[in-house]
Design a protein around this ligand. Structure first.
Ligand SMILES: [Zn+2]
Length: 63
């Protein structure tokens, strides 16, 4: 018998088994989104300047 839990992120039913590396999330994506959600609020990952540089905006905001 497979126990199922609802993914805390998207609510999709997902098997709560040792096979499911992302439990209780349904997928790596949902797990990463959930774990990253708080961090994203604090420090946005700076993007290295590249062609078509439009990251100045982000730098200015962090001051
Ligand atoms: Zn999910």
């Amino acid at each position: 018998m497979i126990r199922e839990v609802a993914c805390p992120r998207c609510g999709r039913k997902t098997p709560f088994t040792p096979d499911n590396a992302w439990r209780p999330f349904c997928s790596e994506r949902c797990k990463m989104i959930d774990l990253g959600a708080w961090a994203e609020e604090r420090y946005r990952v700076p993007v290295e300047s590249g062609p078509g540089d439009d990251t100045e905006d982000l730098k200015d905001r962090s001051q």
